[in-house]
Design a protein around this ligand. Structure first.
Ligand code: NDP
Length: 242
């Protein structure tokens, strides 16, 4: 059995990524934080389609919680390892910097950036020992271009872009690739309050993207075919920015 972990598997993009990786033959660890029902649905949908999956719960902002869950999984899966990691869990707490409260700055940095350390660090050793691994980080257009109202989120995502490039250089010799996918506007819970009608006019594709369109690129980066793509960021934004 080959294992893949998708953080935020209970969210919009995460669900599509879980389904994509399951279709590629992975047993998927569908991670969730608070939305157990949604995680159960994702596992159910994968199984209905003939795939294989289980749930895993932790708070990505809490190093001890992550460690406990990952150690617990490893203890019950002796000899196995997670060969694909998709760091996808994330939040926004938008406000102009002038009005931004420290709690919103910290929550976004913890959830989108510090989580990268907590989840990735324990999983790279087994990948290095097995001499194979794929790490895909879901960043954002905001982390490359910057967006007003998102200094916290842009800083966190830009941090993950830098970490992606550095870790790729550390692990390349071990046959482990580390890449990022940078979505633009994608229809999920996160963007449900945005005015698609007016915002889509900025997008050459003239629409928001779907989670499946992001998952297709994550699936490619997670595949063996992407073996010579390393330390890169692929945009999935309908032509909005590159
Ligand atoms: P959703 O709001 O649909 O999903 C967010 C996911 O993150 C949920 O599964 C949620 O878990 C999880 N999560 C949030 N906080 C925590 C936490 N403290 N610990 C563990 N998990 C947590 O968002 P999307 O699917 O839209 O976003 C997925 C990724 O894509 C994010 O990193 C986001 O920044 C990025 N992105 C999204 C874009 C978009 O337009 N939608 C654009 C660019 C990037 P639960 O619900 O179980 O609590």
């Amino acid at each position: 059995m080959k294992y893949a972990l998708v953080t935020g598997g209970s969210g919009g993009i995460g669900k599509a990524v879980c389904i994509k990786l399951a279709s590629m033959g992975y047993h998927v660890l569908v991670h969730y934080h608070s939305n157990l029902k949604r995680a159960e649905e994702v596992v159910g949908e994968i199984k209905e389609k003939g795939g294989s999956a289980e749930m895993i719960q932790f708070d990505v902002t809490d190093g001890a919680s992550v460690q406990k869950a990952l150690t617990g999984w490893q203890d019950t899966h002796e000899g196995d390892y997670i060969e694909v990691l998709v760091n996808n869990a994330g939040i926004t707490r938008d406000a102009l910097m002038l009005w931004m409260e420290e709690k919103d700055w910290k929550a976004v940095i913890d959830t989108n950036l510090n989580s990268f350390y907590y989840v990735t660090q324990p999983l790279i050793k087994p990948m290095a020992l097995k001499k194979y691994g794929r790490i895909v980080n879901v960043v954002s257009l905001s982390g490359l271009k910057g967006l007003p109202g998102q200094t916290n989120y842009a800083a966190a995502k830009a941090g993950v872009v830098g970490a992606t490039k550095s870790l790729a250089q550390e692990l390349g010799r071990k046959n482990i690739t580390v890449n990022a996918v940078a979505p633009g506007y994608i229809r999920t819970e996160m963007t449900k309050d945005l005015d698609e009608k007016s915002l889509k006019r900025m997008v050459p594709a003239n629409r928001f993207g779907t989670p499946e369109e992001v998952a297709a690129v994550v699936g490619f980066l997670a595949s063996k075919e992407a073996s010579y793509v390393n330390g890169d960021v692929i945009h999935v934004n309908g032509g909005l920015y590159s």
